[in-house]
Design a protein around this ligand. Structure first.
Ligand SMILES: [Zn+2]
Length: 40
């Protein structure tokens, strides 16, 4: 799983692949920045 953070509203979207848009504000995928998560 990867987490994409929306630059527009700050919402974090957890998804296996890149979401088409932010579920919260509807921003396009260019605004979704992938957050790297360290493995535990
Ligand atoms: Zn958003």
């Amino acid at each position: 799983m990867a987490v994409y953070k929306c630059e527009e509203c700050g919402n974090s979207v957890e998804s296996r692949c890149k979401p088409g848009k932010c579920k919260s504000c509807g921003a396009l995928k260019d605004k979704l920045i992938k957050q790297e998560q360290p493995k535990k």
